[in-house]
Design a protein around this ligand. Structure first.
Ligand SMILES: NC(=O)c1ccc[n+]([C@@H]2O[C@H](COP(=O)([O-])OP(=O)(O)OC[C@H]3O[C@@H](n4cnc5c(N)ncnc54)[C@H](O)[C@@H]3O)[C@@H](O)[C@H]2O)c1
Length: 252
């Protein structure tokens, strides 16, 4: 499905990362990939070695202007262009999540929005010269149409991400570049575990989702990311595909 595709995958930090499943499946389906890693690069490199064909890892803090400016030049020695980019990045300081919505400081909220929302546009622009007709961007959201318990300002950041994706669809569509999001149900990753009280979604989700829901299996979300980057969604952009067992579609 992805034979010959050249993909940049951000967001691998553990084997549970959604991005790790994306990277593994992408390679299994014929893509060549480059990873970016944030902070603990040696850890990301160690995890990357567990992939079928260990890919290069480039350092990228999406809030670091120098990293962004150098990104395309750092990817080029490995891939001569990009057919797809996966944004699998989110972070919010503890003050912005976990039930303290009303007391969160602007500094904490600004960090959440910088890393989780603005970064989607920043990443797209950093690699724009490498993207051609028919390429695509994919990001990960958690349904931002509702106010969830404890998700707080990350929910606001995700609402912004969903809007950012629509604007990228608008501005990059004329260049033949698509932007879509996958709205995943709760998954037990490092990012999810850092949200105090996130486990309260878990029982509710597995009970209510008509298809049921596997909290420890990021593969369905990863598959959707790759499907959106394949040639099978050529006329789809600004879209949000739910990979949540159908939870969003049913009442309690
Ligand atoms: N786990 C869930 O329940 C769930 C549900 C829906 C959507 N998502 C989204 O999926 C995406 C991936 O998260 P995950 O659940 O795989 O968790 P994860 O902890 O494995 O991945 C989050 C990644 O963000 C990276 N990151 C944080 N700050 C960064 C920065 N400044 N620059 C670059 N990278 C940075 C981390 O290094 C990490 O690799 C996130 O956007 C998350 O919001 C997760």
């Amino acid at each position: 499905m992805l034979e010959g595709k050249r993909l940049l995958v951000t967001g691998v930090i553990t084997e549970q990362s959604i991005a790790y499943s994306v990277a593994r499946l992408a390679q299994q389906h014929g893509a060549r990939i480059v990873l970016t890693g944030f902070g603990r690069l040696s850890l990301v490199e160690r995890i990357a070695k567990r992939l079928p064909d260990p890919p290069p890892v480039i350092e990228l803090d999406v809030t670091n202007q120098e990293h962004l400016a150098a990104l395309a030049d750092n990817v080029r020695p490995h891939l001569d262009g990009l057919d797809g980019v996966v944004h699998s990045i989110a972070f919010a300081p503890q003050g912005a999540i976990g039930g303290g919505f009303l007391d969160a400081s602007w500094e904490d909220v600004a960090t959440a929005v910088h890393v989780s929302t603005y970064s989607y546009k920043a990443l797209a622009m950093a690699v724009l010269p490498m993207l051609g007709q028919g390429s695509g961007l994919v990001g990960l959201t958690f349904d931002a149409t509702l106010a969830w318990p404890v998700y707080d300002w990350m929910g606001v950041a995700k609402a912004g991400l969903e809007s950012t994706s629509r604007y990228l669809a608008r501005y990059l569509g004329p260049k033949g570049i698509r932007s879509n999001l996958v709205s995943a149900g709760p998954l037990r990753t490092m990012a999810a575990r850092s949200i105090p009280g996130f486990e309260q979604f878990e029982d509710e989700w597995t009970k209510r989702a008509p298809l049921g829901w596997q909290l420890a299996d990021p593969e369905p979300a990863a598959r959707a990311c790759l499907a959106l980057l394949s040639d099978w969604f050529p006329a789809t952009t600004g879209e949000i595909v739910h990979v949540d067992g159908g939870y969003h579609a049913v009442g309690s």
